[in-house]
Ligand binder design. Sequence first.
Ligand code: NAP
Length: 411
Amino acid sequence: MTTIMRQHLIDPEICIRCNTCEETCPVDAISHDSRNYVIDAAKCKLCYNCISPCPTGAIDSWRNMPADQAYPTAEQLLWDTLPGQIALDAPAEVGAGGTASETPADVERIAAASTAGQGGAAPPPWSAAHPYINLYGIHNPAVATVSGNFQLTAEDASSDIRHIVLDFGNASFPVLEGQTIGILAPGLDANGKPHHVRLYSVASPRDGERPKYNNLSLTVKRVTEDHDGKPARGIGSNYLCDLKKGDKVNVVGPYGTSFLMPNHPGSNLLMICTGTGSAPMRAMTERRRRKFSAGESLGKQMLFFGARSPGELPYFGPLTKLPREFIDMNLAFSRVPGEPKRYVQDLLRERGGDVARLLRDENTYVYLCGLKGMEQGVEEAFTEACRANGLDWQALRPQLLLQGRYHVETY
Ligand code: NAP
């Protein structure tokens, strides 16, 4: 009897190459080259740790294979599309690398992983609205029309950040604050293949950039150099930043079931972001601002926002006009001539007492978005703020995660 294994694979058409799965895998079964991410069937233990952090679900791909015919990684690296399920003529027998049909324990684990949310292992806030995901894929994208492309950064700023408004016309593209959408840039990459999907956070509330309009906005920084500072032209960001009013854009998604905002009265938001990581915070803040303007009573909003200078801080003007009783705003600037470099974690320390008071409140939901490097600094600041105020961050953190109250999206 042939032994059938359940082989874990990555769909190369949907994968956005964000490296989250490779970072998450506890047994180093995932690797990549310049084109594809692949899974070594001999190493994968089917622990499902990588499933929920994947923003697009590309990692949730499976084929039942005769154990001696599992796709080798060298073959997976050459794929442009996932092969279909091959016909299996032999009855299935439990194999070493997994089972052809899941046991109840497997089903429980898969369900837990797939409802745990994306962008981290945290479930969403208990009162979050139901998110729709994967309504449009690369073979049936929604076609949006650009209805605005506004520069957010000052003319003399070192970066070009844009507020881009996409209108979906008659197409239904429901999103919640904190979700992401995928953009398909036209053209081919260096290998002559279509560009892979680029993800961006939605920067507008669920009822539209303009209330009651079927539109949404994005916050996009034009990428002109790589992580090492060498000149590099970002495919997705330059495509988006160059769009003109009336241009058509292919959009996939929406994605994300975890980084969502609570809906219950009295819930507090503690938001920490750097640069364009402000996009989801802008969506959440604007959702709450509209409620505030309508006279609804809300929990607290506390925002820590880091940028190089006021001229580089997306939405600086509108943010500074928000009333103090609506939001407790803390802006950190790192490159203002004549002033010391300040990061969000410095302000978190300075406001340690108020931060700890919010963390202590079981109605507080924490959101962290932006540069990967900020994560460590923020955790250290939380540790200090908690220690100085009778809390233990190391004990609190896992509780917050479990309760859907701590959400991190950094790149
Ligand atoms: P940036 O302008 O390079 O940096 C923003 C600020 O963060 C600067 O003041 C910078 O200071 C500071 N910073 C640098 N390292 C830090 C650290 N270790 N701790 C705390 N602050 C630090 O930021 P950006 O280019 O806009 O990058 C934003 C990030 O958000 C990107 O990684 C992007 O992928 C991610 N993101 C974007 C979206 C979106 O929808 N567009 C959504 C989610 C996440 P310096 O003066 O030292 O540089």
